[in-house]
Structure formats: C-alpha cells, structure tokens
Design a protein around this ligand. Structure first.
Ligand code: SAM
Length: 272
C-alpha cells in the first residue's frame, strides 16, 4: 500500500496510459515500454503532437498567471498529469506563495509521482479522483483542507475533457463543478480538436492508437462549437476560445505555419 492508499497492483502497466504517453510527448522519463511504443506510433503519425503538448503547457503558465493576477488564491487542477516542471503551484507561487492548489488525477502512477513532486509545501495536495464523479472530488477531505468553496476558485481542466466520451456528458460534468463554485471563479480549459487536420487521415489513425491499443481512456476530439459549449454560461475572457498559442501570447504572435500544427483550443471563462 502506498501513502496514497492504493496498492501497486492497481498500477496497470500492461496497457498504454494517456498520462504516461503525454509524459513521453513532453520528453519525460516517467513512462513504460508499452506507453513509449504507443506514444511513438502516435508521434510517427502526427509529429505535431509534440509542439501541441508544449503549447498546452505554455498556455497553462499564462492562464495560471492570469488567475493569480486576478486575485484567485485557490486552484483545483483536475487531470493534472505526471508532474512536469513547472507545475501549476510553481507557476502560481512565483507570483504569490499563498496560493493553495489541490491536484486531482485518476491515475495511480500520477499519484505516485505527485507524492514526490506536488506535495510538501503545505499549501498543495493531491487526491486520487475521477473527473466523472464531481461529488466525490468536491467532498473529498483534501479539498476540504485546502479549498474554501465559498471563495473564488480557479478550476483547471487542461487536456482532460477529450478523455470524456459524449455519452458521459462532458458539459454536464463541467456545470456540476461550476455550480459548486462561487461568483468570481474561473474555468481554465484546453481541449484537442481535429478542426485543423480535418482531411489528414494520419490524425484519425493516431486517435485510433488510443482506441486500438486499449489505452485506458479513448480520445474524443471535438470541433470548436462543442468545446465552446463546455463553458456553459460563463463569460469568456479575451480573446475567447482560440488555438492555445493565440491566447494572450507572451512574445510575438505565432506564425500561421506554427498554428497550422496546433490542434488545441484554450480559453478561460469567468463566473459572474
Ligand atoms: C494529457 S494529460 C494532461 C495533463 C495536464 N493537465 C496538462 O494539460 O499538461 C491528461 C490527464 O488526465 C488524466 N485523466 C484522464 N481521464 C481522467 C478522469 N476521468 N479523471 C481524472 N483524471 C483523468 C490522465 O490520467 C492524465 O494525467
């Protein structure tokens, strides 16, 4: 039994896992042969996955800075992934060390790494939980310790909702979390899409790797309107829902050539 309360048997290394595949895209070492093989097959079919993963992380940095600059002092980051420096709390703490961050993921491997990298500062915590069960996350003791649900919260759903199938009602799940959060809360969301690769057969083959190799979660890429619908009645902050590198870029705007590879939307919504 680990300190996260699960046994090593629960870590399934016989099938590729999205968190470990993503870790491979980002050049990490926290993955197994089965993950590397599936992830490399995806990269061979769709090499843009690597700049996409980087663009997603860069968006996270900019969005977290916006949350903290807007006065948010508590963040729930669901589907946080295997820790990749800098993580949400490190970005937030550069601006304000008092920000509290509750990390959530449903992967025991992520939990194992979280123990080493995401905890220990006194104002970060990790819980093993499933996005598709909002009440078990919102009522979890770790959330109770770190997050005051009467104060504005930054809810981060970064590159996770494409692992929720249509029949699992992703928009309804997002709404369930937002209903529990007060005015002044923010939703930070990224989601992958085929909008920029409609005619590329490699993309559907790459998606099939997640399906065929029975990666533990299948991928549902969504078009712009469906991703926009996930924000419900939140107010979208400028510049709205856009390809991730176009969202408040730090430096010069990305070129059309760079953007042509980025099948990731990103946006931040505000609850009035
Ligand atoms: C592509 S990674 C994204 C990591 C990080 N949020 C980022 O954007 O860089 C997706 C993460 O979501 C987690 N995940 C997938 N489905 C989930 C679910 N239903 N509940 C909680 N976590 C989930 C995976 O285990 C993985 O760690």
């Amino acid at each position: 039994m680990t300190d996260q309360g699960f046994t090593a048997d629960e870590i399934d290394t016989s099938r590729p896992h999205p968190a470990r595949m993503y870790n491979y895209y980002l050049g990490g070492k926290d993955n197994y042969e089965v993950d590397r093989e599936a992830a490399q097959r995806v990269i061979d079919l769709a090499p843009e996955l690597v700049p996409m993963a980087r663009a997603n992380r860069a968006f996270m940095h900019r969005a977290v800075r916006l949350l903290v600059e807007s006065g948010v002092r508590q963040i729930i980051d669901i589907g946080t992934g295997i820790p990749t420096s800098p993580n949400t709390h490190q970005v937030a703490h550069e601006l304000s060390p008092d920000v509290r961050v509750a990390y959530v993921d449903n992967d025991p491997i992520v939990a194992t790494h979280a123990g080493a990298h995401l905890l220990g500062t006194g104002n970060t915590g990790f819980l093993l939980g499933d996005l598709r069960d909002p009440q078990s996350i919102l009522n979890h003791p770790t959330i109770g310790e770190l997050i005051d649900l009467d104060q504005p919260v930054g809810l981060m759903l970064m590159a996770i909702l494409h692992f929720v199938q249509d029949d699992e009602d992703p928009a309804g799940l997002v709404a369930a979390y937002l209903d529990a959060l007060p005015a002044g809360s923010h939703l930070v969301l990224t989601h992958s899409t085929t909008d920029f690769h409609r005619s590329d057969p490699n993309w559907s083959q790459a998606r099939d790797v997640y399906r065929d190799r029975r990666a533990t979660a299948a991928l549902t890429l969504r078009p712009y309107e469906q991703v926009l619908g996930l924000f419900g009645d939140l107010e979208l902050l400028e510049p709205g829902l856009v390809q991730a590198p176009l969202w408040r870029p730090d430096g010069p705007a990305p070129t059309a050539e760079e953007l042509s590879h980025i099948g990731f939307y990103g946006g931040v919504g505000y609850k009035r």
